[in-house]
Design a protein around this ligand. Structure first.
Ligand code: MG
Length: 304
């Protein structure tokens, strides 16, 4: 039986070195409809995240929440590139955009092979400037978190946008619904969640891992871990390569070898999370209506 201590459920002793046992779960905001896409701005000491159905992005800074962008065009996942620019997945525009330092918006990708993307969900930027994102159909299934439409793509792909040529390549095409994604700390591996069990209970609830080949292609991939509660949506990696993933009962932490180390129990379904704070040791968690945070004894591996 796992031992439960406060908000933490310890499945492996290694987890004890990653958490602060006395730390609590702080609810920072509770008025979202579906909170997603948290991204940390260390230079501004603030968190920006998406409230998808409410068509807005919010900002948390020093305990105060304000509107960052409204309407948001149903922005979902967010990250920052190596120049610090905000990169976002828009359900409404069915595109990936970059917000420039003057506030203007550049479209990075909105079609593949001449057809509209489904509804980009989550995005990461590698240190070589390449932009990797997932394209499931959640944002076009209804008018709740985007605009209902028939998919033009035959598959739900993971894409890589080349920073030099601007060419968009489908790097994986056999996902049910690709969702969150993150690199290993050394950027030799890419982890991608499959959340297809949201609409198909027989679908796997797993994160797959792929080797990155020559910076541009992926190996065949294999199952990295499977969740025992809920499904994996967004996730992040810490400096030791542990995976901190959203799940039905909170946040699950997996070692690089795929072992479940422990859980952070959260009272609402978690969609995504990111590391932030001045020491990058604070995990910000978007969970349905609320934004939560918890201090940890580890730090995030990458920007965003
Ligand atoms: Mg997602």
């Amino acid at each position: 039986m796992p031992q439960t201590a406060s908000i933490f459920e310890i499945h492996d002793d290694r987890f004890r070195h990653l958490i602060v046992g006395s730390a609590g779960l702080d609810e920072l905001y509770g008025e979202c409809r579906w909170a997603e896409g948290p991204v940390w701005f260390a230079d501004l000491n603030c968190l920006v995240w998406s409230d998808i159905p409410n068509q807005r992005m919010l900002r948390w800074a020093d305990g105060t929440v304000s509107v960052f962008r409204e309407p948001s065009n149903f922005v979902n996942g967010n990250t920052r590139d190596r120049q610090g620019r905000l990169v976002s997945c828009e359900h409404g525009g069915r595109r990936v955009t970059r917000t420039e330092i003057d506030g203007s918006i550049t479209v990075l990708a909105d079609s593949y092979e001449g057809k509209k993307l489904n509804s980009p969900n989550d995005v990461v930027v590698r240190s070589d400037g390449s932009v990797w994102f997932t394209d499931p159909t959640y944002g076009i299934k209804s008018d709740y978190e985007g605009y209902r439409a028939e998919p033009e793509q035959a598959t739900r792909n993971v894409y890589r946008l080349d920073p030099q040529t601007g060419v968009l390549a489908a790097v994986v095409t056999d996902f049910g619904q690709p969702n969150g994604l993150a690199f290993s700390p050394d950027e030799t591996k890419l982890y991608v969640a499959d959340s297809a069990s949201s609409h198909d209970i027989s679908a796997p609830r797993h994160i797959r891992v792929f080797d990155i080949i020559e910076g541009t292609r992926l190996s065949a991939g294999r199952e990295f871990c499977s969740l025992d509660n809920g499904l994996p949506d967004g996730f992040r990696v810490d400096i030791a390569g542990n995976i901190w993933t959203s799940a039905g009962d909170g946040v699950h932490c997996f070692a690089p070898d795929g072992t479940l180390l422990g859980k952070i129990l959260v009272p609402q379904t978690v969609a995504n999370l990111t590391f932030g704070g001045p020491r990058r040791n604070r995990l910000f968690i978007t969970a349905t209506r609320s934004l939560y945070s918890v201090y940890l004894a580890t730090t995030g591996a990458a920007l965003g």
